[in-house]
Write a protein that binds this ligand. Sequence first.
Ligand code: NAD
Length: 421
Amino acid sequence: MAVAVRDELNVYESAEARFETAAAKLGLEQGIYSYMKYPEREITVYIPVSMDTGQIAVFTGYRVLHSTVRGPGKGGVRFAPNVSLDEVRALAAWMTWKCAVVNIPFGGAKGGVICDPVKLSKTELERVTRRYTASLSDWLGPERDIPAPDIGTNDQIMAWVMDTYSMHARQAITAVVTGKPLDLGGSQGRKQATGRGLMICCNKATTKLGMRREGCRVIVQGFGNVGSEASLLMHEAGYTIVGAADAHGGLYDEKGIDIPRLYDWVNNERRPLSEFPGGEKLSAREVLFRPCDILVPAAIENQITSENAHRVDCRILCEGANGPTTAHADPIIERKGIFVIPDILGNAGGVTVSYLEWVQDRQGFFWREREVNEHLEDVMEHSFDEVVRYAETHRVNNRIAAYIVAIDRVARALKLRGFYA
Ligand code: NAD
């Protein structure tokens, strides 16, 4: 791979490039800039796990705490073969900006374990999770750092995190982790929250651009937690989902895909998305370049790059994944006049309901789904308005506006706290 392309695909550099641009436009003082640029702490753990064969395997895990300026660290745990410290570092910083954009009282963190969860048995997965959590238990906690699900992890894994931490603390501490099952202090609406947040942003954007929702063509790449829930909710709201993809391939159907049936096919019947009857079969990447009104990349990072951004054919790009568009692709997308809902705003519905879960756990009183959804809608709509207003009044694109709103909030908190010693 050419060096330029490799640099472009380094998510840490992509995240940093946006931070640098926003910090320069904001006129951030040098000291504050340096403080925010680096994480507070990076932890690497080597996790010995007894496999079902009886052999010991050692996995590498990370937890990066980027900032606790506005509150405890918050961020998911990713189980995937290609997890790297650079990636976790970038994702931790993004969490700081994401929590600040939607103005919830958290800092940013992220974790990951290099493993392939599909190849691990359930008991091996449980042992990896428990040992990873135990190794980090001094640094986690409802007031310190609160994990959540991300790629390759789910509510069962969060339940094991909660149990392991609680065993060490000698009491049940549900608020140490979010995205838990409902029976264990989880929140109504958390499962759909990221997808719902994306839809709320799309509703705002279509209204702003004078687009009709009925018949509005949407393509969603990624059919996991974020992509499948976003597709289902948007389908129910009257959008027409014309394209969908997972890691193994994609589908395109101009007339619209039967999303409730596809949801069932993938999530309940556990069948491959690409074998769903009807529509044109495409590669997972190719689906991004079919014509649509709204494109929702909700799979992994680095999907839209300087090499392919010219092929994107939509009016609204609403980012469900973290970092689906590289920094080098940003100017190409901007020149095409595409209205961008950047990841740190678009997918913030997940962390917003994680915050609501943490609040409910700490108060020991749980809300109905309607109430959770109302809070979420309020936060997302307000944040969308703030970002777009900033972009329009300061003549910057939506992504840089979101970063500026976020960085400014963290900088103000930092100045109020001052520098200890
Ligand atoms: P997931 O593991 O549930 O689903 C990922 C989906 O992407 C799967 O359908 C998978 O097959 C697909 N995929 C993987 N590689 C692909 C590729 N190369 N091309 C096309 N599809 C591919 O993960 P998730 O929780 O849905 O997270 C998806 C993205 O959203 C990630 O970037 C994650 O960081 C981000 N995110 C998740 C949440 C959340 O609440 N889960 C919140 C904010 C952001």
